[in-house]
Write a protein that binds this ligand. Structure first.
Ligand SMILES: [Zn+2]
Length: 397
């Protein structure tokens, strides 16, 4: 994700770190069970969270991959009642959340097990929110301080990622496109954090190479943007660099040999670390990426992969030599940082520009308007105007 926590982090940044000498909030609270077979911890984690009836939230792809069936089998073996809701779109819309709430209520569920990539994970969190919160979703929009309406009554959530990218399993927000505005909207609250995340690399081995590459680039972008973003967060910085090292070590391996469990596990860690790190903030790349998904249907990670080099060049003189050297070292690269990213993107056989994905000069004006509305760029180390964002799109064509 998508992004999601991204904009929310920008809000946190506005609230807590922009003023010198103000206090900052650092938190890494999710219980994480990692390793091949981690899925087996699900019944225990449901009980720990006090759940008796689970709604499993997935999407049709997760169901087709047989992962929902694996989860159902686990719960049946332990006599844990459950229902399945998998009508979630690749870029979730409001209707998905409302339909999910209906399924939750019909099933008389009291806990959500959300499984999949960023789309189902985010949607599962928002279903949990709406199951106990009556306002229309738009009221919870982070951009208008909607988190003040979110209370601790959100039912417990257990997150099971099946990709290694968004890190939504440890994030505290969900992104949804609202019917009224057609805009990707971030809903953020610490109450949306999963009680536990089960990171089982066995669940990612069947991901196709291109999805592995695109989602992995999302993780890489989270780490990189978080590290250079404005704000004071030494823990996030260290985690971001650690996540980047894992991306450098494992992303190409996971793409080239899908069955490589060590590489798959390394990327799951990197994705989770990227999302932990970006509670510090993200940057202009995510503001560019969000409208590419809502307007042009691009995969979120691919959108980041295509925009990141231009943003890195844009920020190059601002971030300073020390940060640049740390980033190069983490990536195991020398020379120019943007060139290193382009080279990795090429090795992963991702496209080299937005044109290849059907974006043209004629799209840029509208995309730039939407990108400027997006909050992520507010924590970019070098400020951007709406026209700067248009320039960055043009440089990414
Ligand atoms: Zn992202």
């Amino acid at each position: 994700m998508s992004k999601r926590d991204a904009d929310a982090s920008a809000t946190l940044l506005r609230r807590t770190t922009m003023r010198p000498m103000s206090t900052v909030t650092w938190a890494f609270p999710t219980t994480i069970v990692f390793g091949a077979g981690a899925l087996g911890a699900l019944p225990e984690q449901i009980r720990r969270a006090g759940g008796t009836r689970a709604l499993i939230v997935a999407d049709p792809g997760v169901t087709r991959a047989g992962i929902v069936a694996k989860i159902v089998a686990r719960l049946e073996a332990e006599n844990l009642p459950h229902a399945v809701f998998d009508a979630v779109d690749p870029n979730p819309v409001e209707k998905n959340v409302l339909d999910g709430v209906r399924a939750y209520k019909e099933a008389k569920a009291d806990l959500i097990v959300t499984v999949g990539g960023g789309a189902p994970l985010d949607t599962g969190k928002l279903i949990a929110l709406k199951a106990t919160h009556d306002r229309p979703l738009v009221d919870y929009d982070d951009a208008t301080g909607g988190d003040r309406f979110v209370t601790s009554s959100v039912p417990p959530i257990i997150a099971i990622p099946t990709t290694a990218g968004t890190g939504s399993e440890v994030g505290r927000s969900g992104v949804v496109t609202l019917a009224a505005t057609g805009r990707k909207t971030v809903i953020f609250s610490p109450y949306l954090l999963a009680r536990a995340a089960l990171l089982d690399p066995d669940l990612t081995t069947s991901l196709p190479a291109r999805v592995t590459a695109a989602t992995g680039f999302d993780a890489l972008t989270h780490c990189l943007e978080a590290y250079v973003s404005l704000g004071d967060h030494p823990m996030a910085d260290a985690i971001a660099l650690g996540g980047l090292e894992l991306c450098a070590r494992y992303l190409a391996r996971a793409v080239e040999t899908g069955s490589d469990l060590e590489a798959r596990g390394g990327m799951m860690k990197a994705a989770m670390m990227g999302a932990v790190a970006f509670q510090k903030g993200l940057g202009a790349c995510h503001s560019l990426a969000h409208p590419l998904s809502s307007e042009k249907g691009l995969h979120h990670g691919l959108a980041n992969a295509l925009c990141l080099p231009a943003v890195v060049r844009w920020n190059a003189d601002i971030i300073g030599a020390e940060k640049r050297d740390h980033l190069l070292r983490a990536l195991g690269a020398t020379g120019d940082l943007a060139d290193a990213i382009v080279a990795l993107r090429g090795r992963l056989k991702l496209p080299s520009g937005l044109r290849e994905e059907g974006v043209t000069e004629a799209d840029i004006s509208k995309l730039a308007d939407k990108a400027f509305e997006d909050a992520c760029h507010r924590s970019n180390p070098r400020p951007v105007t709406r026209d700067d964002l248009a320039t960055l799109y043009r440089a990414s064509l």
